[in-house]
Ligand binder design. Sequence first.
Ligand SMILES: Cc1cc2nc3c(=O)[nH]c(=O)nc-3n(C[C@H](O)[C@H](O)[C@H](O)COP(=O)(O)OP(=O)(O)OC[C@H]3O[C@@H](n4cnc5c(N)ncnc54)[C@H](O)[C@@H]3O)c2cc1C
Length: 102
Amino acid sequence: MIGSSFQSAACRTLQTSAPKCRPQARRQGFIDVDKNCRTGLPRVYAVGDVVRGPMLAHKGEDEGVMVAEIIAGQHGHVNYDAIPWVIYTAPEIAWVGKTSNS
Ligand SMILES: Cc1cc2nc3c(=O)[nH]c(=O)nc-3n(C[C@H](O)[C@H](O)[C@H](O)COP(=O)(O)OP(=O)(O)OC[C@H]3O[C@@H](n4cnc5c(N)ncnc54)[C@H](O)[C@@H]3O)c2cc1C
């Protein structure tokens, strides 16, 4: 829910911003953000599926928490190397961390 709120806010803000801002903020359907989910627009953050990284609910939620902490003046952080993945097959497959190749 937190992630959705931030993403929605970012989408609305980007859509109503001056057209010149949009190419700076969007690339290949995603919103460009830095490691703290800051967009190219001042005070606008984007989290979740609309930014880089795996399109997983808990990843977006973690990013939302991080942004809330940063806005509150705390130190927010997401460890993208420790995001668990799961495939809901039978049996289920799950993994976390780097692969042997990476
Ligand atoms: C079928 C399916 C199964 C999935 N299963 C899993 C799973 O098991 N585990 C898992 O971790 N992830 C799963 N996911 C992925 C997960 O749903 C997403 O990663 C997660 O919902 C992303 O959250 P979000 O907040 O970024 O985006 P969303 O949940 O899509 O929320 C975005 C919100 O923004 C609103 N919005 C969009 N455009 C605008 C606009 N212009 N103005 C205002 N509001 C706007 C939308 O209405 C929506 O409420 C699944 C996805 C699908 C499609």
